[in-house]
Design a protein. Structure first.
Length: 309
């Protein structure tokens, strides 16, 4: 096991949940989910440098002043998990360029962890397979394995049991980034409260939910119109309840040419699906004119990947 003299740079993608079904609250306080993930072309970039201990720093367009830089940071956790698994006795300094919104429902922290795993594995020359890294990723968080894998996939269990999904063509999205993040546990708690409040009006909640067949058909066909008709997120109603301003953003996008809008994951990022590149550009211009922070991306994108070694 040897370390190259130069740093290793890895990019890992943010994600969208084009479908997210949430099962019943279980005795351990968690929910099983069924989700269709797509990786998008908004990347976290992690540079790994040889070091005697573990440290992390940040740059990029995202305000990172509130992020932890100690052992509680998920990228540091990932590096330490790998070091233990590989019996590596050194450390690493991680420089992370953040572009995916923090607490935005797009798996930015998970992308950092996936990128850190691959960057450190390459830096240290551990000789681990992608399957080995996937197993380590699953222990770090539900979305970390998908950030490692990328593309399009169905996630079940806690979201970390992945099956690649067939997807044709390119989907064009415009993301509206919120000024503040949302806590995933808080949104899930609000979902449980929403279900309790409306129990008489809701269909029985599945213990083990499934991704809708229409979503998978739309992805296989590469048809944005079909996908727009079938997208769903069980966390959208609680996210809108907690942050009512998101409703106005959804209406704004859909009145300016979006085929459909959806809250990404637990929010508050909103993803608008466009029919084609020109429609995405027009939508981005309209949203920016309305003083929303709008970013154009495409999907599916590659998973964690060494881009410079």
């Amino acid at each position: 096991m040897s370390s190259p003299a130069s740093p290793v740079t890895v990019r890992a993608p943010g994600k969208l949940n084009v479908s997210l079904r949430v099962g019943q609250l279980q005795d351990d306080g968690y929910h099983d989910v069924a989700t269709a993930y797509q990786a998008v072309s908004l990347y976290e970039e992690v540079r790994a440098f040889p070091a005697s201990d573990f440290s992390v720093s940040f740059d990029g367009p995202i305000d990172t002043s509130g992020l932890e830089t100690d052992g509680s940071n998920i990228a540091i956790k990932a590096a330490r998990v790998l070091a233990r698994a590989a019996d590596y006795r050194g450390g690493v300094h991680l420089e992370i360029t953040k572009r995916v919104p923090i607490a935005g429902g797009m798996g930015g922290g998970s992308a950092d962890a996936a990128a850190a795993l691959l960057a450190c594995e390459t830096l240290w020359g551990c000789g681990m397979s992608r399957e080995d890294l996937h197993d380590l990723a699953a222990g770090l968080g539900a979305d970390v394995p998908f950030a490692l894998m990328g593309g399009t996939a169905v996630g079940t269990g806690r979201g970390d049991e992945l099956s690649p999904a067939l997807a044709q063509g390119v989907f064009h999205w415009v993301l509206v980034l919120a000024e503040q993040g949302m806590s995933t546990p808080t949104v899930y708690r609000e979902l449980d409260l929403h279900r309790e409040r409306n129990a008489a009006d809701l269909s029985p909640i599945a213990v083990a939910p499934q991704v809708d067949a229409g979503v998978l058909q739309a992805l296989r066909a590469g048809d944005p119109h079909l996908l727009a008709d079938s997208m769903h997120n069980d966390l959208q109603a609680p996210a809108l309840h907690l942050m009512p301003s998101l409703s106005a953003t959804l209406e704004l996008g859909e009145s300016n040419g979006a085929l459909a809008g959806i809250v990404s994951g637990s929010g508050p990022t909103i993803a608008f699906l466009a029919a084609d590149p020109d429609a995405a550009i027009e939508l981005q211009i309209a949203l920016s004119a309305a003083r929303r922070q709008a970013v154009r991306v495409t999907a599916p994108a590659h998973g964690a990947k060494v881009v410079q070694n």
